[in-house]
Structure formats: C-alpha cells, structure tokens
Design a binder for this molecule. Structure first.
Ligand SMILES: [Zn+2]
Length: 366
C-alpha cells in the first residue's frame, strides 16, 4: 500500500483560448507524479459520472459526448472505442479519484477536440482554438455506444485453439474443441437472461496467445472472466476440477496442461499490479460457488488454487480459470462421456455466473 501522504497541493488554472480562466483544478502530488481530481476535471467539462464500480475500481464518465472508462491502478484507459495507455495509472488519494496530469495533455485533446498546452512553470493548461488532429474517424459528436451502456458483461475464454490442441482423451477428443463447446453452450444458456452480454474470446478453432485473450476481455469491458480448460496427468490419482484464481502468493510449477504459454513465466511477484488483489476476493467467491456446482454434477476437485497466471494479472475484472476435469482419469472420463455432460457443466457455469452477477449488483448496482 502506497502512502496517501500528499506532499503539496497547488492549483492548475485551466484557460480558454482567450486566456481566461474557466476552471481551477487542485493539483495533488504523490511520489513524482502530479494528479488532478477526476471530479474537478469532469465538472469543468460538464461531464457526468455514469458509473463507479467500486469493487473493481472502474469508473465510467462521459464528457463532451465521449465515453471515458478507466480503472484505478491501471494504466489502460479508453475513450469511446480507442485505447490509451498512461505512464502512470489513475489512483485513489485519500478516497478521491485522481488522474495523472498527463491525462490532460495526452487524452483530453481527443475528448474536447482541441489542442491543449500545459505550462508547468505557471501551472496553466490552455485549451486552444485549434482542432485536435484526430487519427480516427469517430468525429467530434460521436455518440456513446449503446452497447457500452449495458449491464453485466461476461467474457468466456475457451482454452487453446488452432495448432494448440491442448490435452486429449484416449479416443482422441481434443481439449480445444471441448472448451469451445462448453463456452458456446454457456453463451446459449445465458443469452435469454436479461441484461447479460456474453462474449467469447474465440468462436472458432483459432490459435490465440494468452495476451490476446486477456486484451480482448479487457477491451470488451467484462465484469467477469471465465477461462475453460480440461486437465491431463500421467497419474490416475489426479482427478476432478481445479479452479485457479489469480494470485501472486503461489507460483505454479510445471504441469501438463499448464505448460506452454498459459501459466507462470519468468514474471516476478513484484511485477504484479495492485488491481489483481482488488479482484482476488471476488474471484475467490466465484471459485467457491463454482466448486459447489461442479460437485453437484458429480465432480470432485480442488477449488481456489491460487496461481500466478501469466498475463492474467493484466485482466481488469475478476476471473477464474477452470480445469473442469482430467481427460486422463477413468472416473472423470465416465462423467465426461455421458451424453448430457456439456449441457450440465455449462448449466453449472451459467448458474455460477448468475449468482456472481447478483452478488455484484447487490453490493453496487451496475
Ligand atoms: Zn488447457
């Protein structure tokens, strides 16, 4: 936890093209970064805070007809459909949402469609008359995407794909196909639920890097991430589900399904960003609920195995990665081979996702 101590507070004057002050923003400093308050920037531009998802630290505001979405402690930020990366993330300082001054220089021009000039000697920010040269074609009056205004959004990541087949059953069923079947079935089951969007990171037999999957999940602004896998082991003793939640507490050793790119690379625990901790408690709730439902369909296993999931620390939502069962285990294969298996396991996941949505909505209406 970084200290909340504020070394100095001065003001940044915001000037219009004529040099007249139209806003004065409190300047906060933490370590070597200067910040302004989100509330003051928003009010200066007559913006509205659409949503503050406290649990995950995500804030959605609209200013000048643009939708701005950012998450505390995360450098990635979106303005409409365009993504930006700040060199320092927005943070909470004494309970107030603070954005690096860099935001005003790098991102504000795209929002107000005007060039800006920051003078760090006199601490003034001049909003000039010149239009901001845009490289996209969203136009100054681009409307807020209606999709982005929906409620609960689920991201399902069917493990493996393409040349990455994953594990295999004795009779040659490949993990990549089974994970896709489950993901598609969960989506079908959730489609009829009001106010729920479901996105799959892949919807075909396509090779994807883990980073691509995570980036897609983040781009889609999900509220929950579900990675689906099936496991394999040379030992008959290994059976049942394993549910991974992202954590820096335990580093995963080598495993069979866990080889390749999916898990622990050389990343050190120090590189973990604080947001993963914020999501961890929710990921654990989800894991616990899923374990309960998987037991109901006859599986046994291990819930809440914590692992340092390579790249998953960039996931900007709670998430779990579920190894549903072992393709190598006789008992598991028996369950897997029952004609209703894909449907029943998908129902278990659906029920868990719905329960999780209820938890989020009760804690903080979306
Ligand atoms: Zn796998």
């Amino acid at each position: 936890m970084v200290s909340d101590a504020v070394a100095e507070a001065t003001y940044l004057q915001v000037l219009n093209a004529e040099g007249r002050e139209f806003a004065s923003l409190e300047l906060l400093q933490r370590q070597s970064t200067k910040y302004v308050l989100e509330k003051e920037v928003r009010e200066a531009l007559n913006g509205t805070r659409v949503r503050h998802e406290r649990l995950i630290g995500r804030i959605t505001i609209t200013m000048m007809g643009k939708r701005v979405v950012f998450t505390l402690d995360q450098r990635r930020l979106r303005v409409n459909d365009k993504e930006y990366v700040l060199s320092e993330p927005p943070v909470s300082i004494s309970g107030r949402v603070a954005i690096p001054v860099e935001f005003l220089v790098e991102i504000l021009p795209a929002i107000v469609d005007r060039q800006v000039e920051l003078d760090t000697e006199n601490w003034t920010l001049k909003i000039k008359r010149d239009r901001f040269a845009r490289e996209d074609n969203t136009g100054p009056d681009a409307t807020v995407s209606p999709v982005a205004a929906t409620g609960f959004r689920v991201i399902i990541d069917p493990g493996h794909g393409g040349r990455d087949t994953g594990s295999r059953t004795k009779i040659g069923r490949e993990e990549k196909d089974q994970t896709l079947k489950v993901a598609q079935r969960i989506r079908e089951l959730l489609v009829s639920e009001a106010g729920i969007d479901v996105y799959l990171t892949r919807n075909s037999d396509k090779y994807m890097m883990t980073t691509e999957r995570i980036n897609r999940a983040n781009d889609l602004g999900g509220h929950v991430y579900l990675g689906i896998h099936f496991n394999w082991s040379p030992s008959q003793r290994s059976k049942g589900y394993t549910i991974y939640v992202n954590s820096d507490r335990v580093r995963l050793g080598t495993g069979f399904d866990l080889g390749a790119e999916m898990f622990s690379t050389g990343k050190s625990a120090e590189s973990k960003l604080p947001e993963s901790k914020r999501f961890l408690s929710h990921s654990k709730l989800l894991a616990k609920d899923m374990a309960k439902r998987l037991r109901k369909i006859g599986l046994t296993g291990e819930q809440e195995k914590e692992a340092l999931l390579a790249d998953m620390d960039d996931l900007s939502m709670p998430g779990v990665l579920v190894e549903v069962l072992y393709f190598s285990n006789q008992q598991d294969l028996k369950i897997f081979s029952s004609p209703d298996f894909i449907n029943s396991v998908s129902q278990a996941f659906r029920d868990s996702i719905l329960a999780f949505r209820d938890i989020l909505e009760n804690e903080n209406p979306l």
